[in-house]
Design a protein around this ligand. Structure first.
Ligand code: KG4
Ligand code: ZN
Length: 345
């Protein structure tokens, strides 16, 4: 690649959970390459992610994935201007693999290092899918580990409107799927099964649904579904699994939709942005599209491959942090419980 007059080239690494990923971005929004080595088949036989196995898989995958990202982008290591990496939240051993690789690269290339919050990365996936999108907007972040409503006031200015008190939305999908003996990860499986079911067949509870409350709780819903399945089993009644999947999904989707629209209006934003792995849920996307349309709000969500974990979103977030001079030093460490707190530019 010709280094004259080029825009900033960011190499990013993501290893917070069960995907080893690397990406190369030019400027803030143009993806030159995005490579994801998924570990899902490795963890599937255990019904969920095994942290120790995840760390080892990251160690095996990290260098080949970085090499492939550079190769696909037609970029040499010497062309890299900065290295961004997810340093939390996530599994500590998994995060450490990416953080160590990023620090070694930044040090040896003598380029800046940028530690990125994974959740902010999910929000920034939308800038890659929608080149004209700009803050301010409301973001609903729904992943395997988090469910949050974030008022994005600027590229480096966020405020948390509410989050889950217990299980994350994706976690609820995965746990219910496990009891229904569906493969890991359960979200896409429930989504598929629900297409054949009646969403109004069973009236599962929707917690904290009062007006003006932007917190979530999915543990009561999870218990209600588990009780329903156990009771049916004890009475030897046949269960219509597509109906259970569809009714459970409706309960999750309705709460998310209701609160996201409420928060968007409360913060007087005219756009709602969906982010995180659960953004791939077909019903959630449909309901949010309907309700934002009804309220005259704009609605954005990332392309499917940018919804779930990837490094392109980390590169994008890293780019905007660097624009604001927010770099990390070589003491950067993994922070498994990193939260999305207010940050001012
Ligand atoms: O953002 P992500 O890739 O990883 C985390 O940062 O957690 O999200 C993964 C989560 C899993 O819980 C998975 O079951 C869920 O996203 N998910 C879905 C769908 N696709 C992925 N949940 C519901 N419907 C889907 N179509
Ligand atoms: Zn994620």
């Amino acid at each position: 690649m010709n280094k004259c007059n080029h825009e900033t080239i960011t190499l990013a690494i993501e290893s917070s959970c069960d995907e080893t990923a690397a990406a190369v971005l030019t400027g803030g929004r143009e993806i030159l390459s995005s490579v994801i080595a998924t570990q899902i088949p490795v963890h599937q036989k255990y019904g969920g992610v095994v942290p120790e196995i995840a760390s080892r898989q990251h160690i095996i995958g990290i260098m080949p994935v970085i090499d492939e990202a550079l190769h696909k982008a037609d970029v040499a290591l010497a062309d890299i201007d900065q290295v961004a990496v997810t340093y939390g939240p996530g599994l500590v051993g998994a995060l450490l693999v990416g953080v160590s690789a990023a620090k070694a690269l930044a040090f040896s290339l003598n380029v800046p290092l940028i530690g990125v919050n994974h959740l902010e990365g999910h929000i920034f996936a939308n800038f890659l899918s929608h080149p004209a999108l700009e803050p301010p907007f409301m973001a609903l972040v729904v992943s395997g580990g988090h469910t949050s409503l974030v008022d994005v006031r600027g590229y480096n200015d966020f405020s948390l409107m509410g989050e889950t008190r217990d299980d994350a939305a994706g976690e609820a999908f995965d746990k219910i799927a496990r009891v229904m003996k569906l493969p890991y990860p359960g979200g896409p499986e429930i989504d598929k099964l629900a297409q054949r079911g009646n969403p109004c067949a069973i009236d599962f509870p929707q917690a904290l649904s009062e007006e003006g409350n932007y917190e979530f709780s999915f543990s009561g819903l999870k218990s209600a579904v588990l009780n329903y399945l156990h009771n049916a089993e004890q009475k030897r009644e046949e269960v219509n699994l597509p109906d259970v999947a569809a009714s459970f999904q409706r309960a999750v989707v309705e709460v998310l939709t209701h609160k996201a629209i409420g928060a968007t209006k409360r913060a007087e934003r005219n756009a709602l942005v969906l982010a995180g792995g659960v953004a791939a849920n077909s019903n959630l996307e449909k309901r949010l599209r309907q309700e934002t349309g009804r309220e005259g709000l704009k609605f954005y969500f990332p392309t499917r491959e940018l919804c779930t974990d990837n490094a392109a979103m980390i590169a994008c977030r890293g780019y905007y942090q660097a624009q604001a001079g927010k770099f990390s030093d070589l003491w950067l460490n993994a922070v498994p419980g990193l939260s999305l707190t207010s940050t001012q530019s």
